[in-house]
Design a protein around this ligand. Structure first.
Ligand code: ZLV
Ligand code: CA
Ligand code: ZN
Length: 393
């Protein structure tokens, strides 16, 4: 017996496809699907499966993927063979077809299946929300926010989030998308640029020339042409290196609090990319597991049906910690969770420290310098407040 019980009057579903964990992007690629296995193993070691409905998700069909993606792109994705492009040739060949086969979005064995699994997981989660069978549906295998209609980008080939939101829109008049991955959620933002039924909010590291994808300035709020109902419905929170839990929470609660109050979404899609954690191989922030999780907690307290997606996260032991803690928040077990990792957890040695909440010193040695003056954060909140005036109540 685990001692983990179901939250009263609240249903959480957990959607995964164990096949996904087996794919490889290649030798030095930072995206490691086995982090999903590590996360799930820690979640199950805590006994949390007893408090959720656990599903092995289906793979998405071609027709489902075509709900967002162009058939040209899907046909190509379904037929390309993994032919490694030598690094020195890549720079001479800037027009890769659909941006496939470069070093960010390599072609690998089973790529199409991997994509349809990630999309299937997200769409299953969305269906559970639409049928009212879940209050929170968890899809750590989804969250691939950079993929475009006919283009792969930034380790993302199929935009499972867009597909899930399209599903939510069949049942809910308004959906709020929130993205706490350290990168800008450009693919999701762009997909819903021309509708006022989806509001997108991304928090990210912003440095146009030095940090991927380079978009997401504070002032970029969607195309402002006269007849675009989606104008003003994209929010961006550009940040600098080293932001702390306290600052992030201060910002998140204000920005999301005001947006939820004005927009009154029927459902929330929250992308929980774990590369915003301190010590991430690609990220630059000083967030701890608690601060990352506080975003999930804040959203949960709004009592609005919600999907939790994964996303980035390139230091697998910290990804597993964050998504485990966030699963515990969903099932209301976070106040009772033992901060010491379970004795019997497989892979226990992977975690280096036997706590769910390592200190900044434990994760980093030396914390990154914080380049986010409070004055700038106040400007951001000010801008959000002003932009919300354009949004119909
Ligand atoms: O976490 O990449 O900087 C969601 C997500 O948001 C670039 N890509 C692009 C622009 C020019 N290139 C450089 C090509 C890099 C090729 C391989 C790496 C290999 C080893 C270590 C790091 C990287 C890398 N790539 C770091 N940052 C990039 C970004 C893409 C980031 C995608 C984030 C995805 C899942
Ligand atoms: Ca983001
Ligand atoms: Zn990312």
């Amino acid at each position: 017996e685990s001692g983990v019980t179901r939250p009263k009057g609240y249903n959480v579903s957990f959607h995964c496809n164990p096949e996904m964990e087996k794919y490889h992007f290649g030798q030095n690629h930072p995206m490691k699907p086995w982090r999903l296995a590590l996360s799930k193993s820690l979640i199950y070691s805590y006994g949390m499966s007893f408090a959720m409905d656990n599903y092995i998700s289906r793979t998405a069909t071609y027709e489902e993927l075509a709900g967002f993606h162009s058939t040209d792109y899907l046909d190509f994705l379904g037929t390309v063979l993994p032919e490694p492009v030598p690094r020195d040739l890549e720079s001479q060949n800037p027009d890769l077809k659909f941006n496939l086969g470069g070093s960010d979005c390599p072609l690998f064995e089973g790529l199409y299946d991997y994509c349809s699994m990630s999309a299937g997981t997200a769409m299953d989660a969305a269906r559970k929300i639409c049928s009212n069978q879940s209050d929170i549906a968890i899809a750590w295998g989804g969250g691939l926010h950079h993929a475009k209609k006919a283009e792969a980008s930034g380790f993302c080939y199929i935009n499972d989030i867009v597909l899930a939101i399209l599903q939510l829109l069949r049942f809910y008049p308004r959906v709020l998308y929130i993205d706490i991955d350290v990168h800008h959620g450009d693919g999701v933002e762009e997909a819903f640029f021309s509708t006022d039924r989806v509001m997108t909010v991304s928090f990210h590291k912003y440095d146009p020339h030095n940090f991927f994808p380079g978009t997401g300035a504070l002032e970029d709020n969607g195309p402002k042409n006269e007849h675009n109902p989606g104008a003003h419905h994209a929010f961006n929170v550009p940040l600098n290196d080293g932001i702390t839990d306290e600052q992030y929470k201060w910002l998140f609660d204000r920005v999301i609090g005001d947006i939820v109050a004005k927009f009154r979404p029927g459902a929330i899609a929250l992308q929980c990319g774990a590369d915003s954690l301190a010590g991430d191989r690609l990220g630059r922030f000083n967030l701890q597991v608690q601060g990352h999780g506080a975003c999930v907690e804040f959203c949960k307290e709004k009592n609005i049906p919600m999907i939790l997606f994964g996303g980035g996260g390139y230091t697998p032991r910290n990804v597993a910690r964050a998504w485990t803690y966030e699963t515990s928040i969903a099932i209301e077990y976070n106040k009772k969770i033992d901060p010491t990792l379970p004795q019997h957890a497989p892979w226990r040695d992977h975690f280096r420290h036997d706590t769910l909440f390592p200190t900044l010193e434990q994760t980093l040695g030396e914390p990154r310098q914080n380049r986010n003056p409070q004055k700038r954060l106040q400007e951001i909140v000010q801008h959000v407040t002003e932009q919300l005036r354009f949004v119909q109540a």
